[in-house]
Design a protein around this ligand. Structure first.
Ligand SMILES: Cc1nn(C)c(C)c1CC(=O)Nc1ccccn1
Length: 329
């Protein structure tokens, strides 16, 4: 068995990717942010304060004949950008891309932070990280993919995110036609709940890869490519107008700049992010100053290959072999 779901950028800056998920009986369709950087499936619901839920599609367990309260269970999550949510837990049927898990832990939000209240294009997150990262107490719950894995043709999923176009999350199979180059595989470290891996080196503007390895995570739930300062500086030293903008909390440059590409080595292959994908968006509507898709990870303590990097590749999240595959697109 397999599943295949379309995913769409939430706005003109590709800030997030939205994937529709069916929950309950009859199906309640919610737009969720699939996040390989976390392991909770949580939703805005009938239990979310009305003022917070305003503008969001919500899940109502009372309207689902297959919903069951998970007695005594609660959850609470804080993301690296300090956004957060918490609540209680139901189990219900959850279908993604035509594949159903009959009893999936659906975490209902009774509290959500301002960032989520304001982000009305999504109704929650569907974690695709490792189960060890799930926050439900007293007993951690499995992710939708973990519950599905044993029934899928292969225990893996792929992410094919695109700039301003419809992409896909495929479960149980690899559609190699989505890629232009070979898939390079490298071990994945799931011990922290993330999909951790090590890139063997990097280069700017098509130069030969150096041998400075970069250890980080493949994170569909983070917009940017967040790397060490020495890498970020090596890149922006090639961008004439680049400067750090305090108010924007990042490097900005003239939108007219012809940005160099950024390449990294992984699993014996090279993934090249075209400069165009690193010109993320004007800092404000109509501005001729643009915000960089590559920014510093110095304040985070972990390197994050977010959507800016993932958009350049077909990425295979292979749970069965504890490995990540990257192919140029
Ligand atoms: C770890 C981290 N530090 N900083 C500054 C950022 C932006 C991150 C990544 C992050 O927070 N990702 C995220 C946020 C909300 C939902 C899902 N993923």
């Amino acid at each position: 068995q397999t599943g295949s779901a379309n995913t769409n950028p939430s706005d003109s800056a590709d800030d997030e990717y939205i994937t529709n998920v069916s929950i309950g009986t009859p199906a309640q369709v919610l737009p969720l942010d699939f996040d390989t950087g976390s392991s909770d499936l949580w939703v805005f619901s009938s239990e979310t304060p009305k003022s917070s839920a305003s503008g969001h599609v919500t899940y109502s367990p009372s309207k689902s004949s297959t919903a069951k309260k998970l007695s005594g269970a609660s959850w609470s999550i804080t993301y690296g950008d300090h956004s957060s949510s918490s609540g209680d837990v139901y189990t219900d049927k959850v279908t993604v891309g035509g594949f159903s898990v009959s009893s999936q832990a659906v975490e209902s939000a009774t509290k959500v932070s301002t960032q989520f209240v304001q982000d009305t294009v999504i109704s929650g997150l569907l974690g695709l990280g490792f189960d060890v990262g799930n926050t439900v107490k007293p007993r951690a719950q499995k992710t939708w993919f973990s519950n599905a894995a044993n029934s899928l043709a292969q225990p893996l999923f792929t992410a094919d995110l695109k700039h301003q176009q419809t992409g896909s999350y495929n479960f149980g199979f690899i559609d190699t036609t989505l890629a232009k180059g070979p898939i390079g595989y490298t071990p994945a470290d799931g011990s922290e709940g993330y999909w951790g891996f090590t890139a063997t080196g990097y280069s700017v503007g098509g130069a030969k890869l150096n041998r400075n390895s970069i250890t980080g995570i493949a994170d569909t739930g983070t917009t940017l490519l967040l790397l060490d300062d020495d890498v970020v500086n090596a890149y922006y030293n090639n961008v004439e107008s680049a400067q750090y903008d305090d108010s924007q909390q990042g490097v900005v440059f003239d939108c007219s700049e012809d940005l160099p590409s950024f390449s990294f080595g992984v699993g014996g292959t090279t993934i090249t992010i075209p400069g165009s994908l690193i010109n993320l968006t004007p800092v404000s509507d109509g501005s001729s100053t643009c915000f960089g898709g590559l920014q510093s990870s110095a304040d985070i303590g972990i390197n994050i290959f977010g959507d800016v990097a993932l958009k350049a590749a077909l990425v295979v999240f292979d749970l069965g072999n504890e490995r990540l595959g990257w192919a140029q697109k």
